[in-house]
Ligand binder design. Structure first.
Ligand SMILES: [Zn+2]
Length: 312
């Protein structure tokens, strides 16, 4: 998987020319974070091998880290002072920081915590690594705070930023990083990694492992989406009542599936582009405004009627 990227990283590693700030970007759920973690492990490995040796104390702590439940890696409060402390030295590895959002954001205090860490000498490994994922969850204040560090990073520290969407990163942050693009995974890759054989899921997951696994748990939503688009009015009525009752996350997935399915339809039926395009735009609009309490049932009737028009 991602052999091109892996070979490239290995070469930089062997030549000892790893840039101090790397930015891995590409679609969500295709293994960027896993690769970033493995590369961090190699950078920190005491034996200095690529891939990491997996047996030295550094690798041992990194493996332990990976098994810790996410909740334990977040913020805690100092019991004595009651002050909120950002737990940036998560896990046992003294030279590794994994910065991730608290709720939805990576806050400026978390980034400031990293700056303190940079002043320390590596305690176990030769180097220190700061992994930030997803990097776009840093709000603009946090990004600006990070910027100062990226301008003059300490010699012994590497930053690895992982982003699903480059547009949400300040251009000043992007320009200080070495960009590495991760391509979408092929159906065969997804099949190999997840063991999923269902052709429809492989088709609908759009090259994302995360999405493929999510769909495997939610096959009933795939069915609902199919019926919503191509079913009879009576079937549609049933679907819309079910969709109205779903949780936000499921509604979101449902709408994403409508979008993907219609997009595939459009590709088969290109001369009808002008009919499909506004419908797909409309779905995207509803997706963006879902949290504002849009009545999905009404929208589904609009959708179904519009599609009947396309068929004529
Ligand atoms: Zn090692």
């Amino acid at each position: 998987m991602h052999e091109r990227v892996s070979t490239f990283l290995e070469r930089m590693y062997r030549l000892k020319r790893v840039p101090q700030a790397l930015l891995f970007y590409g679609k969500e759920g295709i293994g960027k974070k896993t690769m970033a973690f493995d590369f961090s492990k190699a950078l920190l490995c005491i034996k200095g091998t690529f891939p990491a040796c997996n047996t030295c104390p550094s690798c041992h702590y990194m493996n332990q880290f990976n098994q810790m439940p996410v909740e334990q890696l977040r913020v805690y409060s100092d019991k004595e002072t009651g002050k909120k402390v950002f737990l940036y030295l998560q896990g046992e590895h003294p030279d590794f920081i994994y910065l991730q959002p608290e709720k939805d954001e990576i806050k400026i205090d978390q980034v400031r915590g990293v700056r303190d860490f940079l002043n320390l000498k590596p305690a176990l490994s030769q180097k220190k690594v700061v992994l930030i994922a997803p990097a776009e969850s840093m709000n603009p204040y946090s990004q600006n705070a990070l910027l100062k560090t990226l301008e003059e990073p300490p010699q012994d520290t590497h930053f690895i930023l992982v982003a699903n969407n480059l547009n949400n990163l300040l251009s000043t942050v992007r320009s200080r990083c070495y960009l590495i693009e991760f391509k979408e995974l092929s159906k065969e890759d997804i099949k190999k990694i997840t063991g999923i054989k269902d052709e429809e899921i492989l088709e609908l997951c759009e090259g994302s492992i995360t999405k493929a696994n999510q769909l495997l748990q939610k096959t009933h939503i795939i069915k609902l989406a199919r019926v919503a688009l191509f079913g009879s009015p009576l079937e549609l009525y049933n679907v819309s009542t079910q969709v109205e009752k779903m949780e936000y996350e499921d509604q979101k997935l449902f709408l994403q599936l409508l979008e993907i399915m219609l997009h595939k339809k459009l590709l088969q039926d290109k001369e009808k582009w002008e009919f499909y395009e506004p419908i797909i735009d409309r779905i995207a609009f509803v997706l963006d405004n879902l949290k504002r309490g849009i009545r999905l049932s009404l929208f589904l009737f609009y959708l179904n009627t519009s599609l009947t028009e396309v068929k004529k």
